[in-house]
Design a protein around this ligand. Sequence first.
Ligand code: PLP
Length: 421
Amino acid sequence: MDHFLYKNGVLHAEDVSIPEIAAAVGTPFYVYSTATLTRHYRLFEEALAGMDHLVCFAVKSNGNIAVLRTLGQLGAGMDVVSGGEYLRAKAAGVPGKRIVFSGVGKTPAEIRQALEGGIRQFNVESEPELLAISAIATELGVQAPIAIRVNPDVDAKTHEKIATGKSENKFGIPIAKARAVYAEAAGLPGIKVVGVDVHIGSQLTDLAPFEAAFLKVRELTLALREDGHDIIRLDLGGGLGIPYTRSNEAPPLPIEYGEVIRRTVGDLGCEIEIEPGRLISGNAGLLVSSLIYLKEGEGRDFLILDAAMNDLVRPSMYGAHHDIVPVAEPAPGTEQRPYDIVGPVCETGDTFAKGRAMPRLAPGDLVAFRSAGAYGAVMASEYNTRPLVPEVLVNGDQFAVIRARPSFDEILGRDTIPEWL
Ligand code: PLP
């Protein structure tokens, strides 16, 4: 459930009408709903109730500092994958003791930054990284809390580009090798082993792969305890999928996912961490765009929008589906026809949808892409020198621009001409 509904024939974000925001900021823009972010965060809180836990929002899905502050004020931790994301989490007011640092290629500078600024734990993905963390921590005279991300070789049954838990993927340490790497970790001066970490992929619509992975983590935890390691935390990653269409999709609910956690590892006495991104932010955001031209082609009609693949890359990158709806609610019985919905970028890949049924629109009419709050603005680029799309946060009947559209002066001003020119 989200808070983007038609009221009096006009799409609203909570109590604010989308045309009102469009008039204030221009199109395209992203808009997020505080009530939806809050609701989704609380679903995970409820799902893990009774277990010691921390819900660490995956900043990679939506890193706007106002979004992070909204969640941080509810008590969320943060899962970051770069020094930049770490700074965003801190700028949002989230303390280091609630920030976990994931990612396969943490640089020495990022490791140092996190150790100096405070970090709950590093999720370590390789032996060289373990050695680097130990060396930097020793230099700083501290011990770095770590969990080792294990690769359980489980098929997440999701899009190949976002599956991470198979042995051929670059992520984590093969689970069969984990005991040896934990033994090595325990002997390193700058390392304090605190847990086990796993993340098998994103947009999972079936609980079975989670269950298989968590059972392997359980088995490993028991073995590691036998080896003398004090495993006090299990980080079970993110990945729970969301419905991208209103019609037929019904991915598992957070409460059902919580049951899997309870059943598989709930009795181990560990603090449970999870790292959901998409389920919290995905359906809490829209991308709003307006029609530039309706172009009638040969056998195909095109809706050419002012949003493009650089603003929302998921359709061209993953073949992802987004529901696209007119902001003015069509009257019942309005005729719909198939359109290819495209952006202005000079690539055929700049296609959001093919043959999508839509009512006839006129230039200037607004449309909204649903489910655009995760992996939307964060993956945007300035390809074709198109300014990054502004972001707006709604809270009840208020809204605020939480990232302004850059001016062309700002964009061009970032380039510099070498002396010899
Ligand atoms: N944690 C890690 C390590 C990830 O790589 C990702 C996404 O790929 C997430 C959490 C968040 O996944 P999702 O947004 O599907 O919940």
